[in-house]
Design a protein around this ligand. Structure first.
Ligand SMILES: *[C@@H]1O[C@H](CO)[C@@H](O)[C@H](O)[C@H]1NC(C)=O
Ligand SMILES: *[C@@H]1O[C@H](CO)[C@@H](O)[C@H](O)[C@H]1NC(C)=O
Ligand SMILES: *[C@@H]1O[C@H](CO)[C@@H](O)[C@H](O)[C@H]1NC(C)=O
Length: 387
């Protein structure tokens, strides 16, 4: 049966496209800062190569989830238990908090109780996702997962058994639903998207994200097609260069429409809904902040004078098309203790790409401007101007 489902908590478009509304959290960094606590700014790339860097660093990649994250509801088990999950194109596993776990982070969230699910099948297979200081231990099981009315059976689900990290404690979601390629899934798990494809549940083997701006409602992830009410103009497609993350080529980086030489030998980018900021290769962050006129803040991060009116437009050339980021896209206004701050929603990463080219992460800073489509049939990513 292809693509015909009844939606419960979501809106069914014609022809089997399911849309799941997403909520945006108020910035946790902002909330904590109001109370005098400051999250460290860290390199989100740690989540990509956790094992390699674990021994030498305590940087916590999950803290970037704290800036803002977009999450939505799924259910697991029979009868269904509901969870808020981060839909993350930068990882491939599904995991949720579970009754196996009793740390403060787990106790602050909804926990999956496998004993209450008649369709649950257990395994003895454990997993460990070392997110720097916010590591996660768990055990795999299989159960039915309902994603916006799309019912996936025998889905491998990670159940947390130990979650010591501070950053999971402040997270608004109970788990993560990874949407990357199966090659990077821990424990050889078949990702949710791959099961949807194998079980013939989608009209088209694609999903797409609309991330709203300025805390507005309307964010959503669509499975099985694109939602043409969420973008304008045409979709520009570019091939996936490595079927691990949703990685693509960047052909140029421009400041005020003038090409820099940063990507003259080519750059790579990972398109990642689970990273809040745009992330710049470490060797260029100093130049970039100088160009913007930003200065490092006391607690990390970069800030500009809120009255500055000559901030540049940045752009990425992707397959011949320039995708512009005006200052309104990369400056975040924050009101902390009555003071107005203008933070640059760009950080740096030291992780190079597999081919040695400078690596960017197109996180939510970029994805609020551009509707993004992830096509597993043709292994390509599409971008169009968001509404
Ligand atoms: C899980 O569900 C079982 C069966 O309903 C119940 O006995 C048990 O107390 C539940 N565990 C937790 C931690 O809620
Ligand atoms: C559990 O395992 C049985 C036997 O292998 C299988 O028939 C059933 O579909 C499985 N259920 C789930 C939810 O994975
Ligand atoms: C940059 O180029 C775009 C078209 O790609 C154009 O709309 C815009 O006005 C240009 N901006 C500047 C500062 O020249």
């Amino acid at each position: 049966m292809k693509g015909l489902f009844v939606a419960l908590a979501c809106v069914a478009l014609s022809e089997g496209l399911m849309r799941i509304p997403l909520q945006k959290t108020k910035s946790i960094r902002e909330k904590m800062a109001e109370n005098g606590a400051y999250l460290p700014f860290s390199d989100p790339a740690l989540k990509y190569k956790p094992n390699k860097f674990l021994a030498s660093t305590a940087i916590d990649p999950m803290s970037n989830y704290g800036d803002s994250s977009y999450y939505g509801s799924i259910t697991i088990g029979t009868p269904p238990q509901t969870f808020q999950v981060l839909f993350d194109t930068g990882s491939a596993n599904l995991w949720v908090d579970s009754v196996h776990c009793n740390t403060p982070a787990c106790n602050a969230h909804t926990k999956f109780n496998h004993s209450r699910s008649s369709t649950y099948n257990s395994t003895v297979k454990t997993f460990y996702l070392p997110y720097g200081s916010g590591s996660l231990h768990g055990i795999f099981g299989y159960d039915t997962v309902n994603v916006g009315g799309i019912v996936v059976t025998e889905q491998m689900v990670g159940l947390s058994t130990n979650e010591p990290g501070r950053n999971f404690l402040v997270a608004q979601f109970d788990g993560i639903l990874g949407l990357s390629y199966p090659s990077i899934a821990a424990g050889g798990a078949t990702p949710v998207m791959d099961n949807m494809i194998q079980q013939g549940l989608l009209k088209q083997n694609m999903f797409a994200f609309y991330l709203s701006r300025n805390n507005q409602q309307g964010s959503e992830v669509a499975f099985g097609g694109m939602d043409n009410t969420k973008y304008q103009g045409q979709i520009h497609w570019t091939p996936v260069t490595s079927q691990t993350y949703w990685q693509i080529s960047i052909n140029g980086f421009l400041v005020n429409n003038k090409t820099t030489n940063w990507c003259i030998q080519g750059c790579q980018a990972i398109v990642d809904t689970g990273t809040s900021f745009l992330t710049c290769p470490q060797q260029y962050i100093g130049f970039l902040m100088q160009t913007i006129g930003a200065e490092a803040g006391q607690y990390g991060g970069y800030y500009v004078d809120c009255n500055a009116n000559d901030l540049p437009t940045l752009s990425f050339n992707i397959d011949g098309v320039n995708f512009l980021l005006p200052p309104s896209a990369y400056i975040m206004n924050q009101n902390l203790g009555g003071y107005q701050y203008c933070m640059v929603a760009i950080s740096s990463t030291y992780l190079p790409s597999q081919n040695g080219q400078p690596l960017w992460i197109l996180g939510d800073t970029f994805l609020r401007e551009y509707y993004s489509v992830y096509d597993r049939t043709n292994n390509q990513v599409g971008f169009a101007k968001s509404i």
